[in-house]
Design a protein around this ligand. Structure first.
Ligand SMILES: Cc1ncc(COP(=O)(O)O)c(C=O)c1O
Length: 314
């Protein structure tokens, strides 16, 4: 029985986060002084892009993949920054160092079009250069979420077609996802399971979604969801380890009848799903055997990536 509401981003309480240092536009300052203008494009319009990354043993796991997505997004919305991925790495490492962090830390890197000259929409009003902020918190995913699993509710809010607001944008504006999450909460669940415009199961409001059916791992085609780094890593590790994985259309019929379901995201890695719309998923309390296997393989993948980055840095 699940005793209280959770989210996939529940972390163990850590008082040290009240006193962290935060990077804001070239300076590393105390949390209380880490502010941006009320004219900032990110605040006013949600006009910005962000990345969530985790620190393992002094390295940002899958850093290149995160930068690839970030710079693709920035280019797509003509948000130009002077910094290169190497500069971003320096910013993150300096900030982590200022906080004495080497592991169990999570970064939210945010880049907006910057401060505007007037409180209106036109991007040309963002005249004072982009705003770059890196918040890195001490962060350990909460144990009870792993042991109990997440409750999902299917919500009316859908993932739209790419020509409205492409779901691949990790944009500051997450209103589509926030509405989905509110709808899920109102239905008594933790997170919203979102369908695509055709009614196929797509993603949740904050994570990518997988089911396990008769020994196969299924996820959506990827056409309407965030191109999650963790999603791709799970697909890759299945392929590399002889696990049948399919990116395909499927409906709630198949999701309800799945043997296991889990969410993927940088924060929680793989988080088991306990129920969808009040229906228990599979016979397992917490993660089922395939989810556990994938979690183990993912841990190895992270360790290999971290070792590779350490070797490159010398
Ligand atoms: C809507 C949504 N789906 C999925 C993800 C997971 O992506 P990743 O695995 O790259 O953390 C995120 C995280 O940014 C997200 O915002």
């Amino acid at each position: 029985m699940i005793d209280q509401s959770h989210s996939t981003h529940d972390a163990e309480a850590d008082d040290r986060n009240e006193h962290i240092k935060i990077y804001v536009n070239g300076q590393i300052v105390d949390k209380a002084e880490a502010v941006v203008s009320v004219y900032d494009s990110g605040f006013m319009l949600g006009d910005g892009m962000w990345e969530g990354m985790r620190l393992y043993d002094g390295e940002w796991a899958f850093f290149d993949e995160h930068m690839d997505r970030l710079f693709n997004s920035l280019k797509s919305v003509s948000l130009e920054i002077d910094e290169t991925p190497a500069d971003i790495l320096r910013i993150l490492n300096d900030t982590a160092k200022a906080n004495g962090m080497t592991s169990d830390a999570h970064c939210r890197l945010m880049i907006t079009r910057g401060r505007k000259a007037k409180p209106f929409q036109h991007p040309a009003l963002s005249r004072f250069g982009p705003t770059i902020v890196a918040i890195i918190e001490h962060s350990k995913p909460a144990e009870n979420v792993q042991s109990q699993g997440i409750r999902l509710a299917t919500v009316p809010q859908v993932r739209g077609l790419p020509m409205s607001q492409d779901a691949k944008f990790n944009s500051h504006s997450k209103l589509n996802c926030v509405i989905a999450c509110l709808q899920a909460e109102q239905a008594g669940a933790d997170e919203g399971l979102m369908l695509d415009p055709h009614g196929f199961v797509n993603t949740t409001n904050a994570c990518n979604f997988f089911i396990v059916r008769r020994g196969e791992v299924w996820t959506s085609t990827g056409d309407y969801c965030m191109n999650g780094v963790t999603r791709q890593k799970v697909i890759d590790l299945c392929r590399n380890n002889g696990i049948i994985v399919k990116e395909k259309n499927y409906s709630l019929y198949e999701a309800y009848g799945a043997d296991e379901a889990f969410l993927t995201g940088t924060f929680g890695a793989q988080t088991p799903v306990a129920e969808i719309d009040g229906k228990a998923i599979g016979p397992h309390q917490g993660a089922g055997p395939m989810t556990l296997r994938i979690r183990e393989l993912y841990k190895q993948m992270v360790a290999e990536n971290v070792a590779q980055q350490q070797a490159t840095r010398g």
